[in-house]
Design a binder for this molecule. Structure first.
Ligand SMILES: [Zn+2]
Length: 305
């Protein structure tokens, strides 16, 4: 029987999924949000397949920036140190890497990692935050990675793509298009040289399975092709990795988006949908840039099984 992983600010209450109940009930519009878009999709359950065996949450450094980047219009002038992350999922079909971390050239040259955003964020990187070193800590080389899933293609998620040219890159078609030719107002968050390593593409249009036990969930708004990832583990149960579709718990509590979405209405609708999907699937919800959540997660080389 799968056990729920307890995370988030409400651990002292009764475990991970109660967090979700509590967060969603505090955000009173979430119930109504169900009417705007049907949850529709259900994960394909396969008999006699273990699918995903382990989930490693990898530290890829952190950044200091305005709090309003995470929660629109909140705490003006206040800085926050927020985590950058990637995940490695060990599956029957080989290692699946979700996100490729920060471009390690950013250690010496912040613009190599953050492009035109380098002036707005103070990068806090260590050598070991390099995705190749994080993989090495669990005995993997970059060439062992079979699939790279990108939640979206912003600089803090796609910085290490060039180390995985052999892997199949699973990304939403809308994201790939937009990352190559972004509207001028959103250009600064994409760093074109990060994508040069993306050679094998599996362009998705909506929800679907990556390998048994791992699914992508379309969650547009932060960017045109933002997606989340659902993982089903034998002991820990399901975990829904929202990435930048839900940056922090406060986005849910205040029913508001991050500071710089491509489309605010879509971003809100996607957040509502992911919260409802997590409830329906009894999944532990992991926001993308929540310092409090990240500090409570088991970090690689430890893992969820
Ligand atoms: Zn991000």
């Amino acid at each position: 029987m799968a056990e729920q992983v307890a995370l988030g600010p409400l651990d002292s209450r009764e475990g991970g999924n109660d967090n979700l109940e509590s967060h969603s009930s505090e955000a009173h519009c979430l119930g109504a949000a169900r009417s705007t878009r049907s949850l529709g999709w259900r994960p394909t359950e396969r008999r006699n397949a273990v699918g995903a065996r382990a989930l490693y949450m990898m530290d890829c450094g952190s950044g200091e920036f305005d709090y309003g980047v995470l929660v629109a219009m909140q705490r003006p002038g206040e800085k926050v140190v927020s985590p950058f992350s990637a995940c490695l999922i060990d599956t029957d079909d080989g290692p699946v890497l979700v996100e490729t971390g920060i471009d390690p050239d950013g250690l010496k040259d912040p613009t190599a990692a953050a492009g035109e955003k380098a002036g707005a964020v103070k990068l806090l990187l260590r050598e070991e935050d390099d995705i190749r070193m994080r993989l090495g800590e669990i005995g993997l080389m970059p060439e062992d990675v079979r699939y790279v899933v990108l939640s979206h293609m912003h600089w803090d998620h796609a910085g290490g793509c060039r180390f995985f040219p052999h892997a199949m890159c699973v990304v939403q078609r809308a994201e790939y298009r937009f990352a190559l030719y972004p509207d001028s107002a959103f250009r600064k968050s994409f760093v074109p040289h990060h994508f040069r390593g993306v050679e094998r593409l599996d362009l998705r249009e909506g929800d679907g399975e990556v390998v048994p036990g791992v699914w992508v969930l379309s969650a547009p708004g932060h960017t045109p092709g933002q997606q989340a990832v659902l993982v089903s583990l034998p002991e820990s149960g399901k975990m829904l990795l929202a990435f930048d579709a839900i940056d922090t718990w406060e986005n849910i509590e205040r029913n508001t988006v991050s500071g710089i979405p491509w489309n605010s209405a879509l971003a809100l609708e996607s957040m509502h949908r992911l919260v409802q999907l997590a409830k329906r699937e009894n999944a532990t919800l992991v926001p993308g840039h929540e310092p409090d959540c990240w500090s409570k997660l088991k970090r690689s080389p430890d893992c969820y099984r």
